[in-house]
Design a protein. Structure first.
Length: 89
């Protein structure tokens, strides 16, 4: 009986761990914010990022990849538009 109880507890713990991990997954908007603040490996922040976005040396796809997100054209365009709009402030 103890074996069954421990097995069920382990399964419950694992399910909770996976649920907690997925709750902390970042969004494309958060990836853009982190990129702008220089918090993504391989992506320069602030003015350097603004320049890199303008000249095409960094793309939305690069930012999504650096954030560990699935890369798709829609999200990549969204990230780039956020960062371009930020330049007009």
């Amino acid at each position: 009986m103890t074996f069954i109880t421990r097995t069920v507890s382990a399964i419950a713990f694992t399910a909770t761990l996976f649920a907690t991990t997925s709750a902390f997954a970042i969004t494309p908007f958060q990836a853009a914010s982190q990129a702008y603040r220089g918090q993504l490996n391989g992506i320069a922040g602030y003015q350097a990022l603004e320049f890199d976005i303008r000249n095409g040396s960094v793309t939305g796809e690069d930012i999504l990849e650096a954030a560990g997100l699935e890369v798709n054209a829609s999200d990549a365009n969204f990230v780039e538009s956020i960062l371009r709009d930020n330049n007009n402030d």
